[in-house]
Unconditional design. Structure first.
Length: 266
């Protein structure tokens, strides 16, 4: 791995340009600690090692309960807040080991310019928390974008796109589209930035999610933010998101996520 990193940071500007997309399901199964191949194969090695590392991170996250505070806001032309949606929850486990959301505080929404839909709630627990769905590899293409400085840290950038165009008539099948930045030493995600597709008649903001060291040597999500203008056919809406993930506590259980409080269809 050290050799791989030295090769990456010694590459010329032409090497750090976008590489051809690589479908996750086509990647070889390579351990992070495997002896690296010759330099032309370094991007594939990084992508493969990243996928393996992210799988291990998801396994750790699936063993943790945590709390999540959500604040969604619309902003007027004068910069003042015109409406709020608040949803504070605890993600814990039922007696069958399934992860469930227990809503702790959820007052009526005061947002009037747009509706908070079930897709918005789905994205909060999906792409905005985790980025792309590592367990559905065939849905995505990865492209190694090279080293990049983020907040004075040298990270490795990976672009994520859909393997085929998302179907706007199947809104429940959500796709993360954007970029992730990983630590060159351990290949763990440090930052996620992108949006969720398909959008259909709805509009979804471009968001950023950060991960920090919370459990042993694993980086876990700590906050998601968005500050974007959503362009609807009849109006533009300034939309802001602030989400905090905290109070991680480890449980030993194989889990799946079930939302206990989903808004009705539009």
């Amino acid at each position: 791995l050290l050799f791989v990193l030295l090769v990456i940071f010694g590459l010329s500007a032409t090497t750090s340009a976008q590489q051809p997309p690589i479908v996750l399901s086509d990647l070889p199964s390579v351990s992070v600690d495997t002896e690296p191949p010759p330099p032309p194969h370094v991007p594939a090695m990084i992508l493969s090692g990243f996928v393996s590392t992210e799988n291990r991170t998801r396994a750790v996250l699936s063993q943790h309960a945590f709390k999540r505070d959500v604040l969604l806001e619309t902003i007027g032309l004068d910069g003042m807040v015109t409406g709020q949606y608040i949803r504070n929850s605890q993600f814990t486990f039922d007696d069958r080991g399934n992860r469930v959301e227990r809503v702790l505080f959820h007052p009526p929404s005061t947002i009037r310019e747009m509706r908070i839909t079930k897709e918005d709630i789905q994205d909060l627990a999906g792409a905005q928390l985790l980025g792309y769905d590592i367990f559905e590899a065939g849905k995505y293409k990865l492209s190694f974008a090279g080293p990049e400085i983020i907040h004075s840290r040298q990270l490795l950038a990976i672009d994520v796109s859909a393997a085929s165009p998302p179907n706007p008539h199947r809104m429940r099948e959500r796709y993360f589209v954007g970029r992730v930045w990983i630590d060159p030493l351990n290949l763990q995600i440090v930052k996620v930035s992108g949006t969720v597709e398909p959008q259909g008649k709805q509009r979804f903001p471009r968001f950023q999610t950060w991960r920090e060291l919370l459990s042993g040597s694993v980086l876990l999500p700590t906050r998601t933010e968005a500050d974007d203008v959503l362009h609807f056919p009849n109006q533009d809406v300034h939309y802001r998101i602030a989400v905090r993930y905290y109070d991680y506590k480890r449980f030993s259980s194989a889990v799946s996520i079930t939302d206990l409080n989903v808004p009705a269809e539009k």
